[in-house]
Write a protein that binds this ligand. Structure first.
Ligand SMILES: Cc1ncc(COP(=O)(O)O)c(C=O)c1O
Length: 442
């Protein structure tokens, strides 16, 4: 039983659906850089960053200073008035976004940002149908929930009409049973065409996809996937919406945006999470052709909030000044290699995959049958926590360990993380230790 009063009250006074990780949940009180402390005084390596949201370290001094300075000046304006932090951030985003993405709308969560994107596509094209992906997560409003492709999140069925789920580009569990991603002919992308031809009137508003399917277990689509998928969408009059809620801000290494690993240009792009290093902020950026067709009046009370905007601006400055896109590429590649080596050692690991500082291990009971092993994930979780390392969980079957170290983490943090998972896998393989099953996160 947890000795934490915060945990006790969480259980008593919050919606039970807001589940906490671990058999013995923890309450965090403080963070500094890559580490957090609970209210019992224990220190942990935060290898999940509050679900890939703390990008440049907890309580990053530069971000803290920018936020404090802004709060002292003015902390709310609404979009009825311009504020320089918002205008400047929009200008900055237009200068680094791929293709012709130029106009932004800011909100407070990835859900709102995806909702805005889906509505924008419907308005701009005058069409209704949207293709999303199985295994995806897009938010918790009725429309974004309809877009989700995971049993765990869909406690309400697809209630918004016009949403169709294509097969996921999930190479490890290829829906077309292709032997490998090099000779598969991209059947998962081709399937979008048949989906459109068989479930729509032949014209769609959009194809919307996470660049790396995050909550679904860091599923990295194969080379050529987004080029093919977006071309098919456009052939049927649809726009391409890139959901970069998890994959933006350098997280995938070497680029600001995950989609820059492919040669596909979105018409609308969405992000949130790591954007403000923990500030509640999100963006929907679109081409002028799309943005200009969004009907007014539209309004989001907290959208473009100057404090959140200052957090974003300073987070981006820390990324630029620290050359963190490169750090994420180099340290992320090192982590990827170490995970591949772990796979050689532990039969429980069916797949090790990821991009940059977004690396995952999919655990299976048997490498041949690929039967998911969520219990083993629970055991690794508990053992890693005992050793002072916090992890993330994911996948439709709850059998994926997800990690999201800070963009400014180094090799020592990678080694600390890998050692804890290694020990956890040894415990899990022996069938020992407690397991905490069922605490996935978005
Ligand atoms: C890819 C993706 N899209 C959208 C969302 C929804 O974001 P939020 O929880 O901020 O509403 C999430 C949340 O995890 C996500 O991972």
């Amino acid at each position: 039983m947890s000795a934490s009063e915060a945990v006790r009250k969480h259980k008593e006074f919050l919606f039970p659906a807001a589940t906490m990780s671990y058999q013995d949940p923890i309450a965090l009180t403080r963070g500094e850089g890559n580490y957090v402390w609970d209210d019992q005084g224990n220190r942990y390596l935060d290898a999940f960053g509050g679900v890939l949201t703390v990008s440049v370290g907890h309580a990053n001094p530069k971000v803290v200073a920018a936020v404090v300075e802004q709060v002292k000046k003015i902390s709310h304006t609404s979009t009825l008035y311009a504020n320089a932090e918002q205008s400047n951030l929009a200008e900055k985003l237009a200068s680094i976004a791929p293709g012709n993405l130029k106009k932004s709308f800011f909100t407070s969560s990835g859900t709102e940002a995806n909702e805005t994107a889906m509505n924008a596509a419907r308005h701009a094209t005058g069409r209704l149908d949207i293709i999303t992906l199985r295994h995806s997560y897009s938010g918790r409003s009725l429309q974004t929930l309809a877009g989700c492709g995971q049993i765990g999140w869909k406690k309400l069925p697809t209630l918004v009409p016009g949403i169709h789920h294509a097969h996921a580009p999930y190479c490890y569990r290829c829906p077309f049973h292709a032997p490998d991603s090099k000779s598969c002919g991209l059947e998962c992308a081709n399937d979008i065409e048949e989906l459109i031809q068989t479930t729509t009137g032949g014209e769609i508003a959009a194809f919307m996809a996470e660049t790396v399917i995050g909550s679904g277990g860091f599923i990295v689509p194969p080379a050529g996937y987004f080029e093919r998928a977006s071309a098919i969408a456009r052939k049927y009059g649809g726009l391409y919406i890139a959901d970069e809620v998890q994959t933006a801000w350098g997280r995938t290494g070497g680029h600001w945006w995950g989609i820059e690993h492919w040669d596909a240009k979105p018409d609308i792009m969405v992000s949130a999470k790591g954007m403000g290093n923990g500030a509640p902020v999100a963006m929907t950026i679109a081409t002028p052709e799309v943005a200009d067709k969004f009907p007014g009046i539209t309004f989001a009370t907290f959208g473009g909030n100057p404090v959140s905007m200052a957090a974003c601006r300073s987070t981006m400055e820390v990324i630029e000044e620290g050359n963190l896109l490169e750090n994420c590429k180099v340290v992320g590649a090192y982590l990827g290699e170490r995970f591949k080596a772990l796979k050689e050692k532990h039969a429980l690991i069916g797949d090790a995959r990821g991009l940059g500082m977004m690396q995952a291990l999919e655990l299976v009971k048997d490498r041949k049958t690929k039967e998911p092993d969520p219990v083993a994930v629970g055991k690794v979780f508990e053992e890693a926590k005992r050793r002072g390392v916090l992890l993330g969980k994911g996948g439709v079957y709850g059998n994926v360990i997800r990690t999201g170290l800070m963009l400014n983490a180094g090799k020592p943090q990678v080694d600390e993380l890998v050692e804890a998972i290694d020990a956890g896998l040894t415990v899990a393989a022996a069938g020992a230790g407690p397991a905490s099953v069922g605490t996935k996160s978005a």
